[in-house]
Write a protein that binds this ligand. Structure first.
Ligand code: PMP
Length: 436
């Protein structure tokens, strides 16, 4: 019996090797990594350039405590990451994962408010459904009552607004009025909460695990920016899943040209080579905090040189292989093929996504958008069937974590058309088996 425990007792096959988009278990079985782990391994597994960079760093030093030393690795990674950010976002704070990055953004926002004499601002509005992390701070902004309810006595749950889900509400996602309709819910919520108490709004530009690759409707993020400006509220973009090229641009928000105040990243910037996350903030926020005595926050492993050397090499590979462009091109083809699957399989009620953040949703009735009965646990059953066929995909409940089932198809950005054929074949066969 294994001593390990994660979510449950179930034992998984033991991973032996991984290369490119493929992984092999100890029994020699091959899997196509159709979800890049949990949308992590953007540049694919065992990339030679990254491994060599890590080897070089390992031979120099593997740890230098951030309050004792700067390292070239963390300086260079910060420089490279800042280059890829919208203008003015060039202050970088490294952490080891997405939840830590969200916590850091929440605490920077709060310390900024204190530093500029706005200590009454503390509420961070987020959306339902949403996922921003599992630590108690990040969880407070997470819009899934099933995840937050057990911990409510231990944290202050933050206010929520509905995530725009035009396809469920019968609205046209391409009409500017739709984006405005949802964004104005934020304005109303700010008024209800008392604008003087609201610190920030945190949002994913394209919903990841929570809504299943649901793209923001036209005009939504632009209007959100206007509302934040109108009320003096900070806009935090959670790019943990959408960042590092996943959606066909370096940041998801780049598709709309909206300028956030803080960006949080993880997953794809370490691409599975190292636990790495980053909060990148506008220098206008950071400078007052530093002037007021410093940023009172930090993790022991922040800016770890090995993680930063890996991250820098990952960013170099994203550039060298032009993976944003490949993600956009392959994403279009993959989405078209998923739409083809929807024509053959009645159970697929919706297909969506951008770049290589794509998903389909099961429905029992396309016209009413009714979900499958939740006791079927359809998303998990489907993932298990695909897994047996050597295809790894990722799934979640679509509707506030309670019902509805979506399957995320998010392979590494090095994808080619042959891989797409394999994924579609695996999904097609799995859907046939699933329906039996
Ligand atoms: N934000 C988003 C959008 C995420 O998808 C995740 C992880 N799924 C997190 C934050 C938390 O990241 P981590 O699991 O690395 O703490």
């Amino acid at each position: 019996m294994s001593k390990l425990f994660y979510q449950g007792r179930g034992r998984k096959p033991v991973l032996d090797q991984a290369r490119g988009v493929y992984m092999w278990d100890k029994n020699g079985r091959r899997y196509l990594d159709g979800s890049s782990g949990a949308m992590v391994c953007n540049i694919g597994h065992s990339n030679d350039h990254v491994l060599a960079a890590m080897q070089r760093q390992m031979e120099k030093s593997t740890f230098g405590y951030r309050l004792h030393f700067e390292t070239e690795a963390s300086e260079n990674m910060a420089e490279k990451l800042a280059e890829k950010m919208p203008e003015g976002l060039d202050r970088v704070f490294f952490v080891s994962g997405g939840s830590e990055a969200v916590e850091s953004a929440m605490k920077l926002a709060r310390q900024y408010a204190l530093a500029v004499g706005q200590g009454e601002r503390w509420k961070i509005i987020s959306r339902t459904p949403s996922y921003h992390g599992c630590t108690l701070g990040a969880l407070a902004t997470t819009g899934y009552t099933t995840l937050t309810a057990p911990f409510e006595p231990m944290m202050r749950v933050m206010p929520k607004v509905p995530a725009p889900r035009a396809y469920l509400d019968g609205l046209d996602p391409d009409a500017a009025a739709t984006g405005r309709h949802y964004a104005d819910m934020l304005a109303r919520r700010i008024e209800e909460e008392g604008p003087e108490n609201v610190l920030a709004f945190i949002v994913e530009p394209i919903g990841g695990a929570s809504t299943g690759a649901l793209v923001s409707p036209a005009g939504y993020l632009e209007r959100v920016r206007e509302i934040c400006d109108q009320y003096g509220i900070l806009l935090i973009l959670d790019e943990v899943m959408t960042g590092a090229g996943r959606t066909g641009a370096f940041l998801g928000v780049d598709h709309w040209g909206v300028r956030p105040d803080i960006v949080v990243m993880s997953k794809g910037i370490g691409s599975g080579y190292a636990p790495l996350g980053a909060m990148v903030a506008d220098r206008r926020l950071v400078e007052p905090v530093l002037d007021a005595g410093g940023f009172a926050h930090g993790f022991t492993y922040a800016g770890n040189p090995l993680a930063c050397a890996a991250g820098l090499a990952v960013l170099e590979e994203i550039d060298r292989q032009d993976l944003c462009t490949n993600a956009a091109a392959m994403g279009e083809k993959l989405l078209a093929r998923l739409n083809g699957l929807m024509q053959r399989h009645e159970i697929i009620g919706d297909v969506r996504g951008k770049g290589l953040l794509t998903a389909f949703e099961f429905m029992s009735d396309r016209s009413t958008k009714a979900p499958l009965p939740k006791q079927l646990n359809a998303h998990q059953r489907f993932v298990d069937i695909a897994y047996e066929r050597g295809l790894i995909v990722y799934s979640r409940r679509t509707r506030d974590g309670v019902e509805g089932d979506h399957i995320l198809v998010c392979p590494p950005l090095i994808l080619n058309e042959g891989h797409i054929d394999e994924i579609i074949e695996g999904l097609d066969e799995s859907l046939v088996q699933f329906a039996q």
